[in-house]
Design a protein around this ligand. Structure first.
Ligand code: ACO
Length: 335
């Protein structure tokens, strides 16, 4: 069981699953809502369309669908799940946590449940948090989910943000392993001095809901796009290089990079700096846009279902998001 010399068990991704809402919102549809064009959106971002959840679907509903697929692949009954972590910036409610709603939906009555908020890095932070619980033997398995209904926090009058995002959920099941496969390492970082550059400022204790906060559209996402872009490229590249160095590996050892799907130009810049061609990246942002915490697990699930990986392949997850938060995780595929 020991793989790190610290008495910790190896931890493997034993199942993956995802869920995308049925409704597709194309760039052409967006031109009827804001002053934009398919050409602008595609050339600036690489996005052609995104999914939008139904009014009666909350983040936990998307998460539950993704979780059922992941549990099936892992051969784990919901009632045997011991821990559920949901990464989201669009929880069903301020409290209780969304993971508790997922527990109810799937019938995972033995699990303890909590949410973790690290914006677009939330899934990666949650994965490492849950890995530590499994590695220490505290739990025998964990369900880790990234789920977002971003369409309800987008300002549909702001063309600089509403064209970028979509709804969806992805989930993984973690289990201990003795095979040597699994999560090899993770690095995470944050810089709160830049927190104001990407926010939903209203609705919290700083600016509680009021008629004024509503009139000021404070409950929608605000983003300094150019600053986000610049920091995302630098932090994602640095995190990827750090986790490779920590694991004693190089870019040549990476089979596939699964990046946070914010923008194709960010992905291209990270690819150039890492010296890993985009043919070795899993990219779905053209079809789903930026799904924040759901981006990495959905892209992972789509690649797994397309039989893109074989045992021993090395996958590099790399993320960046509000906070700012960032991180990179290296996984050796296989169970
Ligand atoms: N359609 C048409 N024109 C637009 C649109 C739009 N949807 N949005 C902005 N424009 C206009 C601007 O108003 C501006 O016009 P102006 O020159 O007359 O003022 C012009 O296009 C250029 O705007 P810029 O902001 O300079 O465009 P830029 O090339 O920087 O691209 C973008 C903007 C796509 C937002 C880019 O900065 C970006 O991708 N940033 C990173 C955003 C991101 O990925 N955020 C999420 C990461 S973290 C997370 O996932 C939470």
């Amino acid at each position: 069981m020991n793989r790190d010399g610290k008495g910790q068990r190896g931890v493997v991704i034993a199942g993956v699953g995802s869920y995308l809402p049925e409704r597709i919102l194309t760039n052409a549809d967006l031109t009827k809502i804001v002053d934009t064009s398919d050409e602008w959106i595609r050339t600036r971002t690489g996005i052609s369309e995104r999914r939008i959840a139904r009014d009666d679907q909350a983040a936990s509903d998307l998460a539950a669908e993704a979780s059922r697929h992941a549990l099936t692949m892992a051969g784990l009954a919901a009632e045997d799940v011991e821990m559920i972590v949901v990464a989201t910036v669009t929880p069903d409610m301020v409290f209780p946590n969304t993971a508790c709603f997922v527990q109810k939906h799937i019938g995972a009555r033995k699990a303890f449940c909590f949410d973790l908020e690290a914006a677009c890095s939330g899934f990666l932070y949650s994965l490492e948090t849950a890995r530590q619980f499994v590695a220490s033997g505290t739990v025998k398995n964990a369900l880790v989910i990234g789920a977002e209904k971003l369409s309800c926090v987008l300002d549909w009058q702001d063309r600089t943000t509403c064209v970028l995002f979509g709804d969806g959920a992805g989930a993984v099941v973690l289990k201990p392993t003795t095979t040597g496969h699994g999560i090899l390492g993770t690095v995470m970082g944050s810089d709160g001095t830049l927190a104001e550059l990407l926010t939903i400022p209203g609705g919290g204790s700083r600016t509680p809901v009021s008629a004024q906060s509503m009139a000021d559209r404070m409950h929608y996402m605000k983003m300094a796009g150019k600053d986000v872009f610049k920091h995302a490229v630098r932090c994602m590249t640095d995190a990827a290089q750090q986790v490779l160095a920590r694991c004693g590996l190089s870019a040549d050892d990476v089979t596939c990079v699964i990046p946070h799907q914010a923008n194709m130009r960010i992905v291209q810049a990270v690819s150039d700096r890492l010296g890993i061609g985009t043919d070795r990246f899993c990219i779905n942002l053209d079809r789903v846009g930026n799904m924040s915490a759901a981006s990495v697990p959905v892209a992972l699930d789509e690649a797994v279902r397309a039989n893109r990986f074989k045992a021993g392949d090395r996958l590099l997850f790399v993320t960046f998001g509000g906070g700012f938060t960032w991180g990179a995780t290296l996984v050796e595929w296989g169970v």
